[in-house]
Design a protein around this ligand. Structure first.
Ligand code: PMP
Length: 351
């Protein structure tokens, strides 16, 4: 190793799901939405005046904050927008997890949390899930430097009762609690209403799943004015212009079309519920997902073998070669047609 390398901040990065360049594959590996974004988003892109690109975007992202504030019936000072919820959460780790006490999160959860904690040198402690794969709320009551968990959790898909979420917040009023609601729109219940009651609660959501805009990179957080101000102070100390002009306009168009949003979410929920029956018939078991994916294990064939066999048939699902979850597949809910192809491929593979 060269001497200069001693001073390099060495990190073990997060591994995102594959984005294969080949056409004609069925892609059920990164929890993308199989339906296109709202028609209004297409209009924004079609009519875009490229002269707008000469100018920097609005650093406060006001139009989108206002549209989201209207949707959630909060003030725009209670809304923070970032480049996908990854950006919002990374910024939140930097802003809010600044203690010598460990941050608590589940041992089976979004695998970016420990990456950010390591990047910023934040101590953390992972809390084991229960046998039923649910979060054990009492584990989060001890002294800590902050709490974060997704609800529904990923990759299990399990939703915690809002009463239990509130108990975790109630028992952690001296630290910031982040509820990552990336998958809440597929039948889950949001903790957003608690932000008026608890000024230390940050609820994070994204346009990547329920709004079909993973490629546009828009995420947001809702919290008390005080919390959002602290988050903005960190953002402005890092990068003032996070979202492009185009992303801001497209995001506003997506928020305005509530009917399209509701319809596509309903379709996915319907396909997911049908998938539970079909996968059960094929010999899979899984936690009862409330997200746009199912975390399934097979009674006789290993997840790794199924993953590889599906890939040969041009069907991509997600496999995590990690302790505790290395016999599970995370299958994103696609269109009914994509799911039919998945079931036929699985029947062939499983004999
Ligand atoms: N939280 C969870 C639990 C996720 O699974 C994801 C998607 N990888 C994200 C946050 C980040 O999504 P995005 O940055 O696309 O908003």
């Amino acid at each position: 190793m060269k001497t200069w390398e001693n001073n390099v901040r060495k990190v073990e990065p997060y591994t995102p799901g594959e984005q294969p360049k080949v056409n004609g594959i069925i892609k059920l590996n990164t929890n993308e939405n199989p339906y296109p974004p709202a028609p209004g988003v297409r209009e924004v892109l079609k009519n875009y005046n490229t002269d707008t690109l000469r100018k920097y975007p609005d650093p406060a992202i006001s139009n989108l904050c206002e549209a989201l504030a209207e949707k959630y019936k909060v003030n725009k000072e209670q809304v923070f927008v970032g480049v996908g919820s990854d950006d919002v959460i990374a910024m939140s780790f930097l802003a809010f997890f600044n203690s010598d006490e460990p941050v608590f999160f589940p041992d089976i959860t979004y695998s970016f949390y420990d990456v950010w904690a390591n990047l910023y040198k934040i101590p953390f402690e992972k809390k084991a899930l229960g046998e039923d794969m649910h979060i054990k709320k009492e584990d989060y009551y001890g002294k800590n430097g902050g709490v974060i968990f997704p609800n529904p959790n990923a990759p299990t898909g399990l939703m915690e009762d809002l009463k239990d979420v509130e108990d975790i917040i109630k028992n952690n009023q001296d630290v910031v609690v982040i509820v990552d609601e990336a998958y809440v729109d597929f039948g889950g219940k949001s903790a957003v209403s608690f932000i008026e009651k608890y000024d230390n609660l940050l609820v994070v959501q994204t346009f990547s799943k329920s709004r079909s805009m993973a490629g546009m990179r828009i995420g947001y957080a809702l919290g008390s004015t005080k919390l959002i101000k602290y988050l903005n102070d960190v953002k402005y100390s890092f990068n003032s212009y996070t979202l492009s002009n185009l992303a801001i306009d497209a995001g506003v168009a997506a928020v305005k079309d509530d009917e399209y949003f509701k319809n596509t979410c309903e379709s996915i929920v319907k396909t997911r519920e049908a998938a539970k029956e079909r996968l059960k018939d094929l010999g899979f078991t899984f936690p009862d997902s409330m997200a746009n994916f199912i975390f399934a294990t097979h009674r006789s064939v290993s997840a790794k073998d199924i993953f590889e066999a599906l890939k040969k048939k041009n069907i991509y699902v997600r496999y995590f070669d990690k302790p505790l979850i290395d016999n599970y597949l995370r299958i994103t809910v696609g269109t009914p047609q994509e799911m039919e192809s998945l079931y036929s491929a699985l029947s062939e593979i499983l004999g």
